[in-house]
Design a protein around this ligand. Structure first.
Ligand code: FAD
Ligand code: NDP
Length: 320
């Protein structure tokens, strides 16, 4: 074990992690960022590396997801961040300095930690899904729904929660029709959301139905759906398929040492990135199941670095 005690170790490499790194580096905290190596099945750089064009990140009319993340990484390095391409497998938050363990065997001591490990959208992995992923299939309607390929076309949303209804309702602005395919015959979504779904003339509920497969030559042309009550399988024409079956926050490696909600999202104090462990901060989708955007992740990444800086300054002056 190296006995150097780092000021700030940042875990995660999406917009939250890199923004935290930029701010921490500019505050002369000499941050060390672990970007992961296919952590949770996603490349370093996070969820945006799995998509094509981003049209809602300020400063770029349009930019490729991987390219945007490359710029953020370069900027973090330019400001003085040290980046290691390893995944953090474990942390010990029981005493300070904290211990951070990488899969490759690094053991790092840290005065503060910023967790920005993000969340992974759940997918169903039906047989031909990988062939058409991002060619009509997406896990984020707010991100991709306005693309020209979906305009005035029939679209399918899978799920029955608030996200599914919200995204299906949003898509009706662009689509000719939206099928909301749900595996049961009642929605999990709140009553207010249900009301929205049932009164929208462009939205059609497909109850008791399970997605079996997808088809299309170059782009998605339709989906195969099975009625779970009758066993009957049929095709629905659709140019877009949007999963809204939940996300998994990447918090398993914390082994319960930080308070989370029942789904595993880190709980932060209101208007801050403070977690239940003093000196540990959380930014981005790992603590946000509501907004889940690149810009909101970047915003909380900035907040986490400022919170860590304040924590270290207070400690240095004998506070806490
Ligand atoms: P993430 O992007 O989730 O990245 C965190 C990364 O940290 C992980 O992916 C992994 O590489 C790394 N990591 C995880 N665990 C560890 C570990 N234990 N050790 C080390 N590293 C680890 N948002 C928009 O604003 N506009 C869009 O157009 C848009 N399009 C999207 C399209 C798709 C297909 C998806 C899935 C999402 C899209 N989003 C979009 C949402 C956006 O990508 C997320 O809100 C944002 O990336 C979250 O950033 P984050 O910093 O929380 O972390
Ligand atoms: P939820 O877990 O609430 O809902 C997931 C939905 O996907 C459920 O209807 C579930 O079905 C379905 N589902 C899960 N796995 C599968 C699968 N393998 N195959 C088919 N269907 C599947 O996730 P949400 O993302 O909708 O919501 C997460 C949280 O965020 C909730 O607390 C929600 O209230 C909140 N939220 C609030 C919003 C708001 O207030 N504006 C907007 C968006 C989210 P089943 O019902 O049968 O379990």
């Amino acid at each position: 074990m190296n006995n150097t005690v780092e000021n700030v170790v940042i875990i995660g490499s999406g917009p939250g992690g890199h923004t935290a790194a930029i701010y921490a580096a500019r505050a002369n905290l000499n941050p060390l960022l672990y970007e992961g190596f296919m952590a949770g099945g996603v490349a370093a750089g996070g969820q945006l590396t799995t998509t094509t064009e981003i049209e809602n990140f300020p400063g770029f009319k349009t930019i490729g997801g991987p390219e945007l993340m490359h710029h953020m990484r370069e900027q973090a390095i330019h400001c003085g961040t040290r980046i290691r391409t390893e995944t953090i497998s474990k942390v010990d938050l029981s005493q300070r300095p904290f211990k951070v363990y990488s899969e490759e065997g690094d053991v790092i001591l840290a005065k503060t930690i910023i967790i920005a490990t993000g969340a992974t959208a759940k997918r169903m992995r039906v047989p031909h899904e990988d062939d058409l992923w991002q060619k009509g299939i997406s896990a984020c309607a707010v991100c991709d729904g306005a693309l020209p390929i979906f305009r005035n076309q029939p679209l399918v949303v899978i799920g029955g929660g608030d996200t599914a209804v919200e995204e299906a309702t949003y898509l009706t602005k662009f689509a000719s029709k939206v099928y909301l395919v749900h595996r049961r015959n009642e929605l999990r979504a709140s009553k207010a959301m249900q009301q929205r779904a049932f009164t929208n003339p462009k939205l059609e509920m497909v109850w008791d139905a399970q997605l079996e497969d997808v088809f299309g030559e170059k782009y998605l042309e339709g989906v195969k759906v099975k009625n779970l009550k009758t066993g009957h399988t049929y095709d629905l024409e659709a140019k877009g398929l949007f999963y809204a079956i939940g996300h998994t926050p990447n918090t398993a490696f914390l082994e319960g040492q930080i308070k989370t909600d029942e789904s595993g999202y880190i709980l932060t104090e209101p208007d801050s990135t403070l977690t239940s462990v003093p000196g540990v901060f959380a930014a981005g989708d790992v603590q946000d199941k509501r907004y889940r955007q690149a810009i909101t992740s970047a915003g909380t990444g900035c907040m986490a670095a400022l919170d860590a800086e304040h924590f270290l300054a207070t400690e240095a002056s004998g506070g806490h």
